[in-house]
Design a protein around this ligand. Structure first.
Ligand code: ADP
Length: 164
């Protein structure tokens, strides 16, 4: 079976990557899809985020990286995925994710949503926390793939401490 892992990935973190690596072992194919969400004001353009994910998942041949807009269920059906994958870090993620899962079920009864628990080591990670640390010049090398750390340093216009 093929799974779809949709998200903003603005930017990709090691938490996302851990989930992708584990899911790639569970499914025949995994589509990681960046949602082009006009209501969010992204830090990185979609093309940059696609590059970041493609570089970080280059060792996973069963992973396909793309972007989409519109309804997640429609995109899942279009790419032949039977499962929508989402990550759960804490109870605070649960309520929102459950609401989305029920909504998606009502729209596309044949699709399943699967939640994977985040790796304990990465359970504190979110794209916004990473950006907050990078903004003030803190080290993010243990939070994001190397290419993303470089992009963050460039975006916030300062050399990361690892590079200094
Ligand atoms: P969205 O805007 O769709 O929530 P995100 O990029 O924030 O996009 O998250 C995409 C998915 O990855 C969500 O299911 C989220 O719960 C999950 N996720 C976010 N951070 C982590 C992490 N540290 N570990 C595992 N999963 C995560």
């Amino acid at each position: 079976m093929k799974a779809l892992y949709p998200g903003s990935f603005d930017p990709l973190t090691l938490g996302h990557l851990d989930l992708i690596e584990r899911a790639a072992r569970l499914f025949d194919g995994l589509v990681v899809a960046v949602l082009q969400n006009p209501s969010k004001n992204p830090t990185f353009p979609v093309e940059r985020r696609l590059d970041q994910i493609r570089t970080a998942t280059a060792h996973l041949p069963q992973v396909e990286v793309t972007s989409f807009d519109g309804l997640t269920v429609a995109f899942a059906q279009a790419c032949g995925a039977g499962v929508i994958l989402r990550g759960l870090r804490a109870m605070s993620d649960f309520e929102f994710e459950l609401q989305i899962a029920h909504t998606n079920k009502s729209l596309a009864p044949g699709l399943e949503t699967l939640f994977m628990a985040t790796a304990t080591a990465h359970s504190f990670l979110s794209s916004s926390v990473v950006k907050e640390v990078a903004r003030f010049g803190g080290p993010v090398g243990h939070m994001v793939p190397q290419g993303v750390a470089q992009d963050l340093a460039a975006f916030f216009n300062r050399a990361s401490p690892e590079q200094r």
